[in-house]
Design a protein around this ligand. Sequence first.
Ligand SMILES: O=C(O)c1cc(C(=O)O)oc(=O)c1
Length: 310
Amino acid sequence: MSKPTTGPFEKTAGWLDWYAGPSKPKFQVPPGSVDAHCHVFGPGAEFPYAPERKYTPCDASKAQLFALRDHLGFARNVVVQATCHGADNRALVDALQSSDGKARGVATVKRSVTDDELNALHAAGVRGVRFNFVKRLVDFTPKDELMEIAGRIAKLGWHVVIYFEAVDLPELWDFFTALPTTVVVDHMGRPDVSKPIDGPEFELFLKFMREHPNVWSKVSCPERLSVSGPPALDGEQSAYRDVVPFARKVVETFPDRVLWGTDWPHPNLKGHMPDDGLLVDFIPHIAPTAELQKKLLVDNPMRLYWPEEK
Ligand SMILES: O=C(O)c1cc(C(=O)O)oc(=O)c1
């Protein structure tokens, strides 16, 4: 892969660039696998970062994303609008339109979005909107505004992707459970994996999924959630072991409602930047059978993002 670059923008201090020499995974993903959570950043010279952003990344272009897809053995991507682009979806749309039909997307929109704009996003391959509740990433948006957006995008057959921290689930519960669409949780709702897996916090997340069959989860981002490490670097095959029981529990309990993604280019990591090849090698630890792997990597994302092909 080519190396990360920066255009006219100055990166946030301490920014870690994505890993330019990912290893070839030992685990071979099933044919037709989908990386269902990844981003593009800019390039800033072409698609400027949003004025309201909370961080300025290095560039991470569509060509670099597609090269990673091929290198890791994936067939398709779901590109999720990154907060550094706000509600300006141009970089996302450009990536989708350049993908030969191999990428679909999740956008961020404001209440002011027009029906024509939503229809154009749909034509480009957008199938969901993202609502973000992580305070270090976005400013607050009133819930009535989000609910209005959810009602409008439901008519297009789209879903809502939510990103929040585990401690905030109780406060957000009523809003989340009132959403009229399929709801996809980013990164398992960010559990604190230093707490017990059968403790009240993770139990609430499992209850959220158990009691609401429209709720799905991405079992992604062990590199963000792990406290114990070791990091996925230098061939490490036992990376992020403290995350395994949490992710495996979700995969085994709700095998038809889980998705997996690299989260490339891994915004805001502080300690290390993982080798994406080793992240793929993490998959069989959380989805130990071929049947679970196929659901996680092929059947589920295809049902959600390419339903016309099923
Ligand atoms: O935890 C994060 O910092 C993060 C940020 C973004 C984004 O800025 O969109 O997306 C993610 O999936 C994760």
